[in-house]
Design a protein around this ligand. Sequence first.
Ligand SMILES: *[C@@H]1O[C@H](CO)[C@@H](O)[C@H](O)[C@H]1NC(C)=O
Length: 269
Amino acid sequence: MLHHVSTGSFYDNFDIPWGNGRANIFESGQLLTCTLDKISGSGFQSKKEYLFGKIDMKMKLVAGNSAGTVTAYYLSSKGETWDEIDFEFLGNVTGQPYVLHTNVFTGGKGNREMQFYLWFDPTADSHTYTVLWTLLTSCNFLVDGIPIRMFKNNEAHGVACLKSQRMKIYSSIWEADDWATQGGRVKTDWTNAPFSAFYRSFNDVDCCSRASVWNWVTCNANSNSWMWTTLIPNQVGQMKWVQDDYMIYNYCTDYKRFPQGLPMECNLG
Ligand SMILES: *[C@@H]1O[C@H](CO)[C@@H](O)[C@H](O)[C@H]1NC(C)=O
């Protein structure tokens, strides 16, 4: 069977190569924590590689004064022309909003940042952050099931899309106080360390993890219809709501940054 679903024990699905004991799994594999202190951050990666899929992770971010910390959750392939789908959570001083920074790399090229505030406090409870990666819509970023960003397959117009390189899931927490919070003006207060992010309820649906790169056509032909899904009208409305009310940066409207013209996909809608 090509279609595989796992509801995940962190033990079964992830390795912890970074942080020298600062990332740990608890509750029989149902909870993972990553911590950051002055000496080091920490992180984990999936054992599996994915080629299309829907991956949900519940995360609760560093509470209190998290200024200067970045918690990244992303999919990435390897090599110089790698693909990547990024969620990065930029911390803030107590009571000020986190920023959710997103980016998409194709063939080693990114520069597709979109940033959002969230409509809830991401440090108070766990919320579900989803990458929905299909052939038709390439990648979608969802928060609690609400799409916030879609990077379409615009291959027909010469825009590289994510369709042939397998990616692993990664997450890590590190210190980036030179840029992360209020443009780098607010530094990390190490008296609050260690900083902890919490992960639960990992869930994946992967279509093609075991197929070879050359097999993706076969894989698509056999896969469920969600491979071809696009947003339903209700979700289009939701995405518009988020982008109208919570988006604080969009590379596609940054004319100053791209004096020679916006990236191709920005003109394709
Ligand atoms: C932190 O709070 C300030 C003030 O509300 C805000 O301008 C900024 O976007 C927030 N987030 C980050 C990551 O700086």
